[in-house]
Ligand binder design. Structure first.
Ligand code: ADP
Ligand code: ADP
Length: 228
């Protein structure tokens, strides 16, 4: 079954319709890219998947389980969410940002340390950088620390809102290659928001084109090019 299944989800803010009733499914271990101009509803859609916004209509299922007010917290632990620039707490070191949730959940100290080291190796963050504060890191490093934090409890689903948006072109293309390798290796089901078509083409097994609160087209790149 689909790892993510949205049925008829919609959301408005007062008179503004951020998202008209929409359906979306994401296959296991696939990458779906939401692309469209600013204000078209991409963030609203990905935040609905993340359980951060409750849709006005419709249903969200993750791993075949429907999201409800009761199980929302539990289901959200099955996904990792990374926002632009990593979304790190500025007053905590990179390491403390990454370990925050498992420490709060009283996971064993040794296990947390091993997991942090494993993920640091995976995203290629040197140990010295883990003891820096977010402002002392480069944009690409902040993004990778944000990814480490999202991967800590090994979620099946990883959501990224504009992961490369704040980066210079060279860091951007390096991190793009690195992210794709990581997600392919870990077989995650990934949803990425971007407004960059090159990025969408690079990442997307499935590309979802959005405009003015609607999904106007979806498919593999080849399908979209052949039937524009
Ligand atoms: P995108 O991520 O594609 O830029 P958003 O999902 O952020 O689009 O926004 C979709 C529409 O909903 C826009 O018109 C935006 O101004 C509006 N919107 C989003 N969040 C809010 C909010 N909290 N209050 C009012 N309007 C909002
Ligand atoms: P993005 O395009 O990445 O969603 P924005 O700068 O549009 O970023 O939105 C940042 C925050 O402001 C979001 O939490 C969004 O929900 C909220 N927001 C967006 N548009 C409006 C709006 N018209 N009124 C109130 N809040 C908004």
């Amino acid at each position: 079954p689909a790892t993510i299944a949205l049925q008829n989800v919609s959301r408005r803010y007062g008179d503004t319709v951020a998202l008209y009733p929409s359906d979306l499914t994401c296959d296991p271990a696939s990458t779906t890219v939401l692309i469209g101009p600013s204000g078209c509803g991409k963030s609203t859609l990905i935040r609905i998947i993340a359980g951060l916004i409750v849709p006005d209509t419709g249903s969200v299922s993750l791993g075949g389980v429907r999201l409800t007010a009761q199980n929302g917290g539990e289901l959200r632990q099955k996904l990792g969410y990374v926002i632009q620039d990593g979304g790190l707490f500025p007053h905590l070191s990179a390491r403390d940002n990454v370990a925050l949730l498992p420490r709060y959940l009283n996971h064993p100290k040794g296990a947390i340390e091993r997991r942090v080291q494993e993920l640091a190796d995976l995203v290629q963050i040197p140990a010295t950088s883990l003891d820096r504060f977010p402002r002392e890191l480069s944009g690409g490093q902040r993004q990778r620390i944000g990814l480490m934090r999202a991967l800590m409890n090994d979620p099946k689903i990883v959501l990224l809102d504009e992961p490369l948006g704040a980066l210079d072109p060279i860091t951007r293309s390096e991190l793009q290659v690195q992210l794709k390798a990581i997600f392919d290796h870990l077989k995650k089901t990934v949803v990425i928001v971007t407004h960059d078509m090159t990025e969408a083409a690079y990442f997307g097994d499935c590309i979802v084109l959005m405009r003015a609160g609607q999904i106007v087209q979806r498919g593999a790149l080849a399908e979209l090019v052949e039937h524009p």
